[in-house]
Design a protein around this ligand. Structure first.
Ligand SMILES: C[S@@+](CC[C@H](N)C(=O)[O-])C[C@H]1O[C@@H](n2cnc3c(N)ncnc32)[C@H](O)[C@@H]1O
Length: 305
């Protein structure tokens, strides 16, 4: 028996309208997965995420009625549900044209391997791009590459860079479906679209932001200013519950370098067995193990990403 939705599908408020229809629609639906009790599932009750909709309910949304005759659709779809994404696109009156890839990056720019996946570990997500009627992208799109590379943030939160990209490539009026925040110049719709804060636990290591840790050869020295800034960033992450091993993995630095940077920022290194704040339950599971300071310094190499 499957778990009930937190909110019923029939609690669907009418979609906003505009004269002539929305020329560009961005949607990030609350897709329902077969496994709805796992920790990565949106409905995981203890983690207080959001309710989901079944495929038929998503398809039944009257998007076609609120879209302009000639319009663009940007539709987020999880890799596992690609066929559903295409079906939704068709049901909403759009034809599939292309896609944009969100490549989740670590601080050092490498792929963020904290994603989940039964067959492969997912470090990318897709935005399907579809057109209704006939409308080319705007001029800046001709030089826009179809990849967004940023660090990931809270569970299911998409990168803000998508808005600049969409605004540059597709004309307004813009509508975001299943939005969580208001955005200037956009009409937003969704049952959390007025919330100031994203629900669920936010881990500071997931605060997004630029990739700040430069890639370093094992014995190369960091410039002084970079070293101090990085040391403080790492201290913040460590104090928010990160582990030295986890930080080494995230930055691609050796455990020795991470330790030295933490010490530079005056970080109180936790003693062996000290209570750690558990890592975020978004698929990145750092299994409990002895803290790395118990390892002989300089001999432990950071694990391959
Ligand atoms: C995948 S999340 C959107 C995440 C968002 N794009 C972001 O970057 O933070 C899906 C959203 O749809 C909302 N939602 C779920 N059921 C809904 C319904 N019946 N009507 C409106 N919104 C709903 C959820 O509460 C959630 O905010």
């Amino acid at each position: 028996m499957s778990a009930p939705a937190l909110r019923a599908n029939d609690l669907i408020s009418p979609l906003p309208t505009v004269d002539g229809g929305f020329k560009t629609i961005l949607a990030d639906p609350p897709w329902r997965f077969a496994n709805r009790t796992g920790k990565v599932a949106p409905e995981h009750r203890r983690l207080d995420r959001y309710s989901t909709m079944d495929l038929e309910a998503i398809k039944a949304l009257e998007v076609e009625q609120v879209a302009a005759k000639n319009a663009h659709l940007y539709l987020w779809v999880p890799n596992a549900l690609l066929p559903d994404g295409l079906a939704v696109m068709e049901a909403w009156g759009f034809r599939y044209i292309s896609n944009l890839v969100w490549a989740k990056r670590r601080k050092d720019g490498g792929p963020d391997g904290r994603g989940v996946g039964f067959y492969f570990r997912n470090t990318t997500e897709l935005i399907l791009f579809g057109v209704r009627g006939s409308m080319r992208t705007l001029q800046p799109a001709r030089s826009q590459v179809n990849i967004i590379e940023t660090r990931k943030r809270e569970h299911s939160r998409k990168p803000d860079e998508q808005y600049d990209l969409i605004e540059a490539c597709s004309p307004g009026p813009h509508l975001e479906l299943f939005a969580r925040h208001a955005r200037e110049g956009w009409t937003v719709w969704g049952d959390e679209s007025t919330e100031a804060e994203v629900r669920g636990r936010v881990h500071r290591g997931y605060a997004g932001g630029p990739i700040l840790a430069p890639v370093m050869e094992p014995h190369a020295r960091l410039a002084k200013g970079t070293e101090v800034r990085l040391a403080k960033d790492l201290r913040d992450l460590y104090e928010a519950g990160g582990t030295i091993r986890g930080l080494a993995k995230e930055t691609g630095y050796s455990i020795g370098r991470v330790r030295r940077l933490l010490e530079l920022a005056g970080t109180q290194i936790r003693s062996r067995g000290a209570l750690k704040i558990p890592p975020p339950e978004t698929g990145w599971s750092e299994p409990p193990r002895p803290t790395p300071q118990e390892q002989p310094r300089g001999t432990v190499r950071s694990p391959a990403p």
